[in-house]
Design a protein around this ligand. Sequence first.
Ligand code: 6PG
Length: 255
Amino acid sequence: MTGSTETEIIVVDTPQALAQDAARHISRLALTCIESTGRFTIALSGGSTPKALYELLASQPFQQEMPWEDIFFFFGDERCVAHDSSESNYRMASEAMLSKASIPPENVFPTELQDSAPEESAIQYEKKLKEFFSLKEGEFPVFDLILLGLGDDGHTASLFPESKALGESERLCVANYVEKFKASRITLTLPVLNNAAQVVFLVTGSGKAAIINDILTGKKERAYPAMLVSPHNGTLRWYLDKAAASELDAALCCP
Ligand code: 6PG
């Protein structure tokens, strides 16, 4: 593992148990943040893993517990497709949670123009972030929580191995061309991820077991993008189901 961030690894039996544990954690974290600052800012991850978590948060008891009017939703990354596309992270999150819970529309910040003008979309999204977080030049936002997934190639958000965005040190958000998709994706950059108060990875399935072991043991000299996530003033938490942790050194996860 890189960085000296306080890292916690939580292994649960099933994807359903992982969604439960993560939902309880997020609900508690949201209430604590809102008590101290009056708001909770979260960047949602895409892909398929978080869907069960989002559905849970939008159902009882979380639907009732969460002070939705004080929670503000951003996206860690977005595919360059229309919001009604089956590929859209915004559509997945909306169908699973954002349209189901009583969330004021003005509390949700999707990307715009991502399907027609990726570069402009990233510039617009960066402007939204700077405005919302009242950032001065050179400042990065401090998200209360950034949710991330993990690809079996070690990518996270849309920071793919050998992609240009990995080297971005100034911008908050970029359009990142991904060779294997022959397409760009909008993604928050590492400085934003590493400025969060807390980052939570949600990883399930045996398909991720090998990469999880490589990343969490740091045995591979190759720095996968996910290994570069190490919040310098925050905490890092990995939620794994048993299948994703099945190749993980026992010393790392099972006290
Ligand atoms: C995306 C995600 C991406 C995802 C991983 C894991 O837009 O796809 O943000 O980083 O988290 O690819 O995806 P799964 O959860 O579908 O395995």
